[in-house]
Write a protein that binds this ligand. Structure first.
Ligand code: FA5
Length: 332
């Protein structure tokens, strides 16, 4: 066997070696104590070779040994890579037995449930835009440019004059125009305020706006819908109360509280502002307030999700930390 044949034989054997153990055997067969390459040297009687022949043998032998080492190293890398590939390859035909399931985020789960409850009461669900006109966010809601109510919300203004909506009330005008009256609808979605952050305030949070407009809608309808809604969310009878509250787009305006047990104490918890839609808001949408009336409310969806799941800090919700999300498998 000449040196080239030995190299080719080694390469052929390496090609069919697919494990580290097989590789070790090939190495032993060629470079081990009694290996094919090692023996080449043992079997040569150097005393019979001329200095030129000795030199030529030495060069050929060393080259072969180097080539053999290089081939063995390349095979080692190939086998290691195929091991990694085998480990990450996904067999779509295997049954799903990995229990590390994702979970629906508590805000999404709360939103879906709230949507279902309102649908069962005859409300339709719409999702508006997050970037809206100044008119939709403020003017249409009886909040003109110089009105002090604009200072109530620190607003993210865009260069083109639009705003990131500070509340889902920005949907009121569009909904009244596009859906017409009578109407019953909710608009859940993300809102943005340039807030100082703390455990109850985020710069990005969810609200759910609701509106019901028809002939003869009164505060009694508002209370009834809110009580039924909250009883369905909390799966028990819920007591609600209204306190006066000021928002330029409702008259009268209220803060709605509900009674619950927090930290072992029974108490009223402020949940959502609401009120009877201001005549100016109806008129701004081309609806005659002498004929139609309605109520609107702005539920803090994020706050509701926190209450339902006992989440102590609002900032946990936006962190995209799987260790947090995985604590809500029941939300699936
Ligand atoms: C409003 O945004 C009014 N648009 C609500 C309304 C609608 C009144 C219809 C009357 C009729 P307010 O700023 O209070 O109101 O916000 C409503 C709810 O959104 C709050 O009760 C709170 O739960 C939630 N909220 C407000 N700011 C934040 C914030 N920075 N982080 C998390 N939740 C917030």
């Amino acid at each position: 066997m000449n040196l080239d044949d030995i190299r080719l034989a080694l390469v052929a054997e390496l090609a069919s070696a697919s494990t580290d153990a097989a590789l070790a055997q090939v190495r032993a067969r060629y470079l081990g104590k009694d290996g094919v390459i090692t023996n080449l040297r043992k079997n040569v009687d150097f005393s019979k070779l001329s200095p030129e022949e000795r030199k030529a043998f030495g060069t050929g032998f060393n080259t072969l040994k180097d080539q053999a080492e290089a081939e063995l190293e390349a095979a080692k890398v190939r086998i290691a890579a195929s091991g990694v590939r085998d480990a990450v390859e996904f067999d779509y035909t295997l049954p799903g037995n990995d229990r590390r399931m994702g979970a629906i985020h508590p805000i999404v789960a709360t939103t879906l449930e709230v949507e279902d409850i309102f649908r069962s009461m005859g409300f339709s669900v719409y999702h508006g835009d997050e970037a809206v006109s100044e008119f939709e966010n403020f003017d249409a809601l009886n909040i003109p440019g110089d009105h002090p109510a604009r200072d109530m919300q620190d607003t993210f203004w865009m260069e083109n004059g639009m705003v990131l909506r500070t509340h889902t009330s920005s949907m009121q005008n569009r909904a009244l125009r596009q859906l017409g009256v009578p109407m019953r609808a909710i608009f859940p979605g993300r809102c943005f305020r340039n807030e100082a952050l703390d455990i109850t305030h985020e710069n990005t949070f969810y609200q759910l706006e609701g509106m019901m407009v028809d002939k003869d809608v009164s505060v009694a309808n508002l209370i009834a819908v809110m009580r039924d809604f909250l009883s369905a969310v909390f799966r028990r009878d819920i007591e609600v109360r209204l306190r006066p509250g000021f928002f330029p787009f409702v008259e009268p305006g209220f803060e709605l509280d509900f009674k619950t047990t927090l930290n072992g104490v029974r108490r009223w918890v402020e949940l959502m502002p609401c009120g009877m839609i201001h005549p100016v808001v109806l008129r701004n949408a081309g609806i005659d307030p002498e004929v139609y009336s309605g109520f609107a409310f702005g539920l803090g969806l994020t706050r509701l999700a926190m209450l339902r799941h006992g989440i102590p800090d609002i900032r946990l919700l936006n962190k995209a930390d799987l260790r947090f999300n995985q604590q809500f498998p029941a939300a699936l």
